[in-house]
Design a protein around this ligand. Structure first.
Ligand SMILES: [Fe+2]
Ligand SMILES: [Fe+2]
Length: 397
């Protein structure tokens, strides 16, 4: 049939056979290497007793690594800090993946509204199903760990909808959080109706997973380089399986945001504005870096309470004064750990810049990552110190 009669737009994905082929091949390969079964088996066979005395990540991926708390910890406490990194890290990933599942669907809804996009939607369906297996594995291990060590939740949380704040420890106050919720509602409506915004979501998703890809590759190496893979700790296997699935997800984000987008009509001024707003939101979420957890852009002061709980628990057995002193020494003084986290943040700014450089619709402020790049070690320390004084006063009262 004459295309002008059969389609809403005079441009379509089948006009770009190279990209269509790339999507087809990626989906085929992703199905072949799908790690869902491995993930589910790992979740089922996880036994905390069997791996409670071992590290689950390379040592430098430990909570509070190379801070005062780390330097003063016993070897068994260091092992717990290493396992805690796993729990904290993947608790954040669960939150991000709950959002991913939802926006995969809304974006697929808008893209399915034009011809030829079935392959893209099928890819997203597979990825959403994989995310559910990932979440289940992370949740199983993390909840068991916290139950055994603390008898209460520290980093984990009951299942929730994508409308909760995605960044678990952020500097958003309650008003900002409410605002963010409304923005998300708004974005949902638009992304499920505008193919451009649906597609543009993958620029944001690609950006958000870019840093994750770097960290998760290193986490996966604990298993891939383990001398006795069979008996290696199950959480390290989960990191490995997860990295395999996520490599495909990252590839999908790159192809959709860089290539598939060219098979869509040019964005309107309104769509360009929304796209840039979404990228600015990403910059805001990634503005901070965390001394406690290298590779996740949490806001340190929001973590003080959780770290306090850990220090007062049977793992560290500290008294109130000891715990507050340890927090002050670790978060308010420069340390090798803090510098390493800062370095990761700077590296992310550079890799985000490279990822965004060839998009026409993105404004200068987003292309240069101006907001995210404006954070510094001095600012970080100043904020941590100021907020520590508040935390200390609140703990006394
Ligand atoms: Fe995942
Ligand atoms: Fe993913």
């Amino acid at each position: 049939m004459n295309r002008n009669l059969s389609q809403r737009h005079n441009i379509c994905l089948s006009d770009d056979p190279k990209t269509s082929k790339r999507m087809e091949l990626a989906l085929k390969r992703s199905k072949e290497l799908d790690q869902t079964t491995n993930m589910d088996q790992s979740s089922k066979s996880f036994d905390y007793e069997k791996c409670k005395d071992e590290m689950w990540n390379p040592e430098r991926f430990s909570l509070l690594y190379k801070t005062w708390i780390w330097e003063n910890a016993t070897p068994s406490q260091k092992t717990k800090l290493n396992q805690l990194y796993w729990v904290a890290y993947y608790s954040q990933i669960i939150s991000a993946e709950i959002a991913t599942i939802f926006f995969n669907q809304t974006s697929a809804a808008s893209l399915y509204g034009i011809e030829d996009f079935r392959i893209v939607c099928d890819t997203l369906d597979l990825e959403s199903a994989q995310e559910r297996a990932h979440i289940n594995a992370f949740k199983t291990v993390s909840e068991k760990f916290e139950e055994e060590n603390f008898g209460e939740r520290i980093f984990t949380y009951p299942m929730r909808t994508p409308f909760e704040k995605t960044m678990l420890y952020s500097d958003l106050n309650s008003l900002n959080q409410l605002l963010r919720k409304w923005q998300l509602n708004f974005f949902t409506m638009i992304s499920s109706n505008s193919p451009f915004i649906g597609c543009q979501y993958f620029t944001v998703r690609g950006l958000r997973t870019l840093n994750g890809k770097i960290v998760q590759h290193q986490l996966s190496r604990y298993y891939s380089e383990h001398p006795d893979k069979e008996n290696s700790p199950i959480p390290s296997k989960i990191s490995y399986y997860h990295f395999i699935d996520e490599s495909f997800h990252f590839n999908t984000s790159t192809v959709i945001s860089h290539e598939v987008i060219n098979s869509l009509p040019k964005p309107s001024r309104f769509e360009t504005m929304i796209g840039n707003m979404a990228l600015r939101g990403c910059q805001m979420d990634h503005y901070n870096f965390s001394t406690a957890i290298n590779g996740i852009f949490w806001y340190d002061p929001a973590l003080y309470q959780s770290i306090y709980k850990i220090l007062r628990s049977q793992v560290f057995n500290m008294k109130h004064d000891e715990a507050t002193h340890a927090i002050e020494k670790s978060f308010c003084e420069e340390s090798e750990g803090m510098l390493m986290s800062y370095k990761t943040h700077r590296e992310s700014v550079d890799s985000y810049k490279a990822y965004l450089q060839d998009f026409n619709y993105i404004n200068k402020e987003n292309k240069n990552l101006s907001l995210m790049a404006s954070n510094s070690l001095e600012r970080h320390l100043k904020t941590n110190r100021k907020e520590f004084q508040k935390f200390k006063r609140e703990m006394v009262s």
